[in-house]
Design a protein around this ligand. Sequence first.
Ligand code: FAD
Length: 487
Amino acid sequence: MLKSGKEYLDSLKDGRVIYIGDETVLDPTTHPAFDRIANTYAALYDQKKAPENIDLMSYEEKGERFSTYFLKPRTQADLEKRTRAHRFITEWSYGLLGRSPDATASNVTGMAMKPTVLEDNDGGFPEHLSVLWEHLRTDDIFLTYAIVPPPAARNPQYYQSKGIESPTLRVTKEDDAGVTINGMKFLATGAAVANEVIVGNILPLAPDQAAESITCIIPFNLPGMSLWARKPIAEDVKYEFEAPLSFRYDESDCMLVFEDVHIPWENVIVHNNAPLSRDVFIKSASHVLSNHQSNCRFHSKMRLVLGMASMITKATGAHDVPAVRETLGRLAAMEAGFGALIDAQIYAHEQLTEEFVLYSRRYMYAGLAWAAEHHSALLDTVRELMGGGVFQFPASINLVRDPTLKTMFDKYWSTVDDASVDRMKLFSLAWDLVGSAHASRLQSYEKFFVGPVFSIRNYSYINAPWDEFDAIVEDLMQQYDVPDFTN
Ligand SMILES: Cc1cc2nc3c(=O)[nH]c(=O)nc-3n(C[C@H](O)[C@H](O)[C@H](O)COP(=O)(O)OP(=O)(O)OC[C@H]3O[C@@H](n4cnc5c(N)ncnc54)[C@H](O)[C@@H]3O)c2cc1C
């Protein structure tokens, strides 16, 4: 069943506990820190269901419709449909929602496309995965993930040497009904406004960390579970005009804390198998399917960045200066190249199993690495093109309430081509993209959401056909020999 925006908002009133400092939030839909982003997602649920979008954004199976991002691709056409659906969402949200509902749904769909990863190993529960995936798509669940141990808690020996228990999440008890978990998980983007979370491990665990390998899909309202939010950004924005991106897209990041939380077996995907907890992401289609979405999102963001670079330079009058045109041309080439890299993932797809196909792994990881390395430089280019223009504007648009100030504002801040208010609107948006607290949080997000850049490069390393590359050099070297010095 495809949820409406209202049904989505109602589903968030589930009794979850969120802490903002010493404040307890029980309903994110009515709290100023989270109500705006909740409404953004609600609008997305309505868009997805709208008659003009329903064919693209959902598919039919056995008489029921499910969101396209739960589609297990069997053909290139299925991959294209998934990509178009991701692009619909990322264009609609300008590439600014890291954890839109299509992101983590793709993780679980990718796992369900290759359950043999779980079947072939002790501690894997493929039958639970299949039921959980069915539940996610049937109930149109917005899922997020927390799949990293907290910083500074990744070395158990260090804690043991100090006689302290590491705060990282682990199973502490097991019974017929399930497992009990204690500890903390880093860092669930979107948690305040998502329905459920997949808890697991994307970083490798040592063999003796089996208790930490717990991988499960759970709601946020389990007794003993709490969400610890970072400082919210949206609630400080008084007028959308002044910081529209902070206003709409502050998606929240929460640490998840578990104190004697009981997880029923049917929610568990991996238990007591350290390598498997990572393999279920990496060796299935999970990581590739979900990060193809990340690539689409980044491309939409690049398109916003290019539009901003163009509009800002028009506003400053620098647009047609040859050096500025060259900068814009360089940005345009990057954007086109990145777009082609996404299309290439479809055309160079791989046959994952007899039944299913998957985007090209290598091209997807190339996109991830490029994005993580270039995001800051792209935004810095826009900042440079802006000059100091943003700082010329008054502290708040509320000055227009005062007729005298408004007259002065119009007189001094308007240009021949643009009214003062329109110029302030453009520069405020640009600042929210490159300089505000929201922009700064996104800068860290783009650097780290898949893990640090060295780990992203490692994915490219392990998937490269090194034998093929080596053979090219060997073949070339076989074509000539040591010179004959005998005569
Ligand atoms: C805004 C934001 C949102 C996030 N959302 C999510 C989410 O939704 N779900 C989730 O599970 N996680 C999320 N994360 C967490 C993310 O997975 C981690 O930030 C990432 O794995 C890096 O870990 P870390 O932050 O502890 O950095 P560290 O691993 O401590 O790295 C810090 C620095 O040290 C360097 N470094 C560390 N170890 C090495 C090494 N061995 N070799 C070379 N250099 C090294 C790194 O390159 C990096 O520059 C989010 C992070 C951010 C910033």
